[in-house]
Design a protein around this ligand. Sequence first.
Ligand SMILES: *[C@@H]1O[C@H](CO)[C@@H](O)[C@H](O)[C@H]1NC(C)=O
Ligand SMILES: *[C@@H]1O[C@H](CO)[C@@H](O)[C@H](O)[C@H]1NC(C)=O
Ligand SMILES: *[C@@H]1O[C@H](CO)[C@@H](O)[C@H](O)[C@H]1NC(C)=O
Ligand SMILES: *[C@@H]1O[C@H](CO)[C@@H](O)[C@H](O)[C@H]1NC(C)=O
Ligand SMILES: *[C@@H]1O[C@H](CO)[C@@H](O)[C@H](O)[C@H]1NC(C)=O
Ligand SMILES: *[C@@H]1O[C@H](CO)[C@@H](O)[C@H](O)[C@H]1NC(C)=O
Ligand SMILES: *[C@@H]1O[C@H](CO)[C@@H](O)[C@H](O)[C@H]1NC(C)=O
Ligand SMILES: *[C@@H]1O[C@H](CO)[C@@H](O)[C@H](O)[C@H]1NC(C)=O
Ligand SMILES: *[C@@H]1O[C@H](CO)[C@@H](O)[C@H](O)[C@H]1NC(C)=O
Ligand SMILES: *[C@@H]1O[C@H](CO)[C@@H](O)[C@H](O)[C@H]1NC(C)=O
Length: 408
Amino acid sequence: MANIFLKLALLVIIHFSVSTFPVKSTTILTDQLALLALKDNIIHNPGNVLTTNWSASFPVCNWFGVSCGSKHRRVTALNLSGLELEGTLPPHLGNLSFLSLLSLRDNRFHGKLPVQLSNLQRLEYMHFGNNSFSGEMQSWLGSLTELRRLFLYYNNFEGSIPTSLGYLPKLEELSLYENQLSGSIPSSVFNISSLQIIDLGGNMLTGSIPSVPLDLISLKFINFNVNNLSGHIPMDMFDRLPNLEELYLSVNMLSGRIPDSLFKCRKLQSLFLSLNQLEGNLPVEIGNLSMLQYFSIAQNHFQGEIPAQIANLTLLRELDCSHNNFTGTIPQQIGNLKNLEYLSLGVNNLVGPIPPAMFNISTLTVISLLLNQLSGSLPSNMGFWLPNLQALYLGTNQLVPFPAALGI
Ligand SMILES: *[C@@H]1O[C@H](CO)[C@@H](O)[C@H](O)[C@H]1NC(C)=O
Ligand SMILES: *[C@@H]1O[C@H](CO)[C@@H](O)[C@H](O)[C@H]1NC(C)=O
Ligand SMILES: *[C@@H]1O[C@H](CO)[C@@H](O)[C@H](O)[C@H]1NC(C)=O
Ligand SMILES: *[C@@H]1O[C@H](CO)[C@@H](O)[C@H](O)[C@H]1NC(C)=O
Ligand SMILES: *[C@@H]1O[C@H](CO)[C@@H](O)[C@H](O)[C@H]1NC(C)=O
Ligand SMILES: *[C@@H]1O[C@H](CO)[C@@H](O)[C@H](O)[C@H]1NC(C)=O
Ligand SMILES: *[C@@H]1O[C@H](CO)[C@@H](O)[C@H](O)[C@H]1NC(C)=O
Ligand SMILES: *[C@@H]1O[C@H](CO)[C@@H](O)[C@H](O)[C@H]1NC(C)=O
Ligand SMILES: *[C@@H]1O[C@H](CO)[C@@H](O)[C@H](O)[C@H]1NC(C)=O
Ligand SMILES: *[C@@H]1O[C@H](CO)[C@@H](O)[C@H](O)[C@H]1NC(C)=O
């Protein structure tokens, strides 16, 4: 017992000394050495931005891309974005112990991230997006407990996403898209109550979508597009995502039905589920998602009728139900969609006439109804009300021959 108290007391003292006083063994000279080590590792510096500017003859705090704290005059931010720099990161970067912002985005850095970066205990913002970094994403990332924004997109990272990322208690944005990440999505990523944006698109992730164990009231954006996710979308996934605005699950191997809980996401603006193996009806509750602007369920196995409630979604700009097995008629009320720009209901089994009001949606640029069993004729004055139309696909239906006097 006494032993435990002693350890606790020690921990408190250590913690106190670290957070209150600058660590005695490092100075601005340490920062300077770390930055000069980085400069040494840069093999290509097209604008020569650093060549003379990063010189020991001038104070570090005046160097290009470097910011220092106003009181302690130690390096707090390093921003070298978009300079076409090529090189690797030296372990010395881990000595910048006051750093809270590190952005090397839009350069050509390569190699692995040195484990010493795990010493950057004050780091809140790490942006390495759009470089050529490689290797596994290491579990030490999970020890950067002040991190709020982590951008590693557009690199060559491989291996699985470390579970430890779920231990970042303040993380707001996790952006890992366009890498070669494999394995499953760790369930811990939905265990971060501060999360706002999670973008894992364009990887090779497998397995099913993890469930959401707690209320994520900040989460607005989920992108898992273009992976190899399978299984059902968890039935209760959306029970705890009341503020979700954008959901991208296209180009995966998801099966089963759309979970009812999805229709609780009343703030949803973008919903992309295309190119999966989803089945069942499109529920009438789709009409509850009154903020929807972009909706695509193309290339799945949906069947039944397209519910009339779809016409309640008056903010819709894109509606794509193509390449499914929808039957019945096109809802009469579709003319209510006064903001629609892209409408595709092609490659289904729709019958009956095209509702005349569809040709009154002046915002439409693309209409595709091809490969259905639609019948009837087109209104002869159609072109007057579709001033923005760029493409009209009506092939392979049973429509009365195209009127000659259309003028479009
Ligand atoms: C280095 O660059 C910074 C930012 O552009 C500038 O303020 C500073 O004067 C430059 N220092 C030298 C010695 O050129
Ligand atoms: C980094 O610098 C670039 C170019 O000066 C700027 O556009 C960007 O906003 C800066 N990034 C951060 C996080 O301050
Ligand atoms: C900084 O980091 C490097 C490599 O991690 C190390 O060799 C060096 O001793 C460290 N300390 C100082 C004060 O530069
Ligand atoms: C990546 O960075 C380069 C400049 O280095 C820029 O031209 C390009 O647009 C960036 N790409 C992305 C996807 O951000
Ligand atoms: C989520 O966090 C709680 C509390 O920190 C922890 O007990 C639980 O194991 C975590 N779950 C996952 C899946 O990481
Ligand atoms: C996706 O996973 C399946 C097995 O579930 C596998 O057969 C297929 O090759 C994978 N595709 C890609 C592009 O990784
Ligand atoms: C959809 O809206 C109706 C009418 O407002 C409501 O009764 C129903 O519970 C809603 N459904 C869901 C899943 O939220
Ligand atoms: C459409 O339904 C028929 C009959 O149920 C089935 O044979 C066919 O594979 C389905 N097509 C698609 C694209 O799901
Ligand atoms: C939604 O659409 C249905 C069928 O078209 C209609 O009966 C209902 O009143 C609409 N609800 C709202 C809120 O507009
Ligand atoms: C299309 O709009 C015009 C002008 O607002 C109106 O006169 C006409 O009745 C409408 N036609 C249909 C089929 O809704």
